[in-house]
Write a protein that binds this ligand. Structure first.
Ligand code: SAH
Length: 236
């Protein structure tokens, strides 16, 4: 594997991206610092590094698309977690969002259903210096799982926050159960009435679990994500 360094050119582009996001006035300094620090070009598919710092979705392996930087920033901001919090991520993809959460001090538990991407994310996070090859999760704060995100991680629950990076058909019950009181889940849920649509739109929701265990929710915006699918897909 060729090592792709964080060159001055990439650093410059990253700074321009941060300026662009900063100009919207939507993001905290903390989130902007993470976007300005995590080298996104190490997470996009080889050959597409030129697109890494444009605010657009980029194709990755296994026919998937990674969220554009403003979406990653927005979901991270909505999750509103503290350093040391345990965060469950559904849809590791290339591992970029995982790296952003880790950079901000979270212990991240991330599930991906496609084996090809699960392996790729591990490679990317290792290559970017966030995960160590021989480390079998004993000291690392990033834990990657091949599995079906609809199930979550029952044995490791509860989580202080849950972030779903694919469009869910409805609110997954298992994930609701695995959210700690006081925690937030940021999740795109399919808009109703699109059963036959080929590309569905989602409503990005923030679900908060109150200290008494009850849930409240709010709709934040209308967006478009790749679909959340059931089951695990082995590498071909
Ligand atoms: N977090 C990524 C976004 C990846 S796109 C980023 O940093 O940009 C969404 C990912 O969700 C895809 O990789 C897709 O394979 C995965 N996915 C879809 N359904 C899933 C499920 N049920 N469980 C786990 N991952 C799922």
């Amino acid at each position: 594997m060729t090592e792709k360094k964080d060159t001055l050119v990439f650093q410059g582009r990253r700074r321009l991206l941060v300026d662009e996001l900063s100009a919207t006035g939507m993001f905290s300094e903390r989130v902007l610092k993470a976007i300005g620090s995590v080298p996104r070009h190490l997470f996009v598919q080889e050959g597409l590094e030129e697109l890494a710092y444009k605010d657009m979705p980029v194709a990755i392996e296994a026919g998937q698309t990674i969220s554009q930087p403003s979406t990653v920033a927005f979901q991270t901001q909505l999750l509103d977690f503290k350093p040391g919090n345990r965060i469950l991520e559904i849809g590791t993809g290339c591992g970029y969002q995982t790296a952003v959460l880790f950079y901000l001090g979270a212990e991240v538990f991330s599930i991906e259903r496609q084996e090809e991407l699960f392996l790729k994310a591990r490679e990317n996070l290792t290559n970017a210096g966030y995960l160590f090859p021989e480390d079998e999760c004993s000291v690392s704060k990033i834990h990657l799982f091949l599995g079906d995100g609809f199930e979550g991680l029952k044995d490791l629950a509860p989580f202080d926050g849950i972030i779903v990076t694919c469009g869910a058909p409805s609110l997954p019950e298992a994930l609701m159960r695995q959210l700690a009181p006081g925690g937030k889940m940021v999740i795109p849920v399919d808009e109703p009435g699109q059963e036959n649509a080929s590309e569905k739109k989602q409503i990005l929701k923030v679900i908060t679990r109150k200290p008494d265990g009850k849930f409240t929710g709010r709709d934040v915006s209308r967006m478009s994500f790749v679909p959340m699918l059931k089951g695990v897909e082995k590498q071909k």
